[in-house]
Design a protein around this ligand. Structure first.
Ligand code: NAD
Length: 254
């Protein structure tokens, strides 16, 4: 038996009896769908600095440039499809009442795979809101226009610029979403999947889960700061590890 197979069996032992399971996902889960990660070997940020584009300062300085980047990402994601990792997580979220899916991803692929009760920590690139105070206020709305005919797109209420309803660097997370995510860290099995585990407060959820007694599992193609902390670190792609776990749970592997 390979090292990975033995580790998968250990995780399955815990999954079989666990009532409360939580999974935190990051950009690595969408890598097999062709969506670039920020910090992996092919990471987007290898070519561009994050604060040059994903920050309130960047938007104030050059909203058109920021929107060109988001417009490109929306086009790229629209043409992509959920992969096996999204499918397994979506199935677990629908079939296991105690399963909570938390994502840092903004691409909407968990939703397209049919995930239930998804907690989006960093918002969605498919939602926008007015960038200034206006009658629409801070209320976001879904807009799937791809590409926008003119950039930056304009608010239908006040004519000012709209911005992507995502959490940019230096911005706070939605407190209700964060509270729900923190509550879900109190579970029996906690997965950190395809995340570099360095962006807080999301990364702190792994530590919280461990402290609260969860059996913690990392799935990542590379080592991260969480690797030494977790009970089992699976060095594999999200799709391979989750599909093999799903097969083992159903008893039909080999
Ligand atoms: P990250 O880019 O910092 O790290 C990605 C991690 O995934 C790396 O540790 C890498 O080793 C791992 N990885 C790469 N391919 C993998 C695979 N096939 N299977 C398993 N692991 C794989 O991503 P993060 O930790 O989510 O960073 C946080 C920020 O990046 C978030 O704010 C998120 O909004 C943003 N982001 C989102 C997307 C998206 O929505 N798809 C894409 C890029 C960045």
């Amino acid at each position: 038996m390979t090292d990975l197979a033995a580790k998968l069996d250990r995780v399955v032992e815990h999954l079989r009896t666990a009532k409360r399971i939580t999974a935190l996902t990051g950009a690595g889960v969408s890598a097999a769908s062709g969506i670039p990660t920020f910090r992996g070997t092919d990471g987007l940020w290898k070519k561009m600095k994050p604060d040059m584009l994903a920050s309130p300062e960047a938007f104030a300085h050059d909203p058109k440039l920021v929107w060109e980047w988001y417009d490109w990402r929306r086009r790229h994601v629209r043409d992509a499809a959920p992969n096996g990792a999204h499918d397994v997580l979506a199935r677990w979220s629908r079939e296991r009442p105690g399963f909570t899916l938390i994502t840092q991803n903004v691409d909407g692929l968990h939703e397209r795979a049919g995930a239930a009760r998804l907690l989006r920590l960093h918002g969605s690139i498919w939602h926008v809101r007015c960038a200034q105070p206006c009658p629409a206020g801070a209320v976001e709305w879904r807009d799937e226009t791809v590409p926008f005919p003119t950039l930056p797109p304009r608010c239908p209420h006040c004519g000012g610029f709209v911005r992507p309803a995502v959490v940019w660097f230096g911005e706070p997370l939605d407190p209700d979403v964060m509270t729900a995510a923190a509550a879900a860290a109190a579970c029996e099995v906690f997965f950190a999947i395809g995340t570099s585990a360095i962006v807080y407060p999301a990364a702190g959820l792994v530590q919280a889960a461990k402290r609260l007694g969860a059996f913690t599992v990392e799935i990542n193609t590379e080592a991260t700061p969480a690797s030494a902390l977790v009970d089992v670190s699976l060095r594999a792609s999200a799709g391979e590890a989750l599909e093999r776990l799903a097969l083992r749970i159903s008893g039909s592997h080999r």
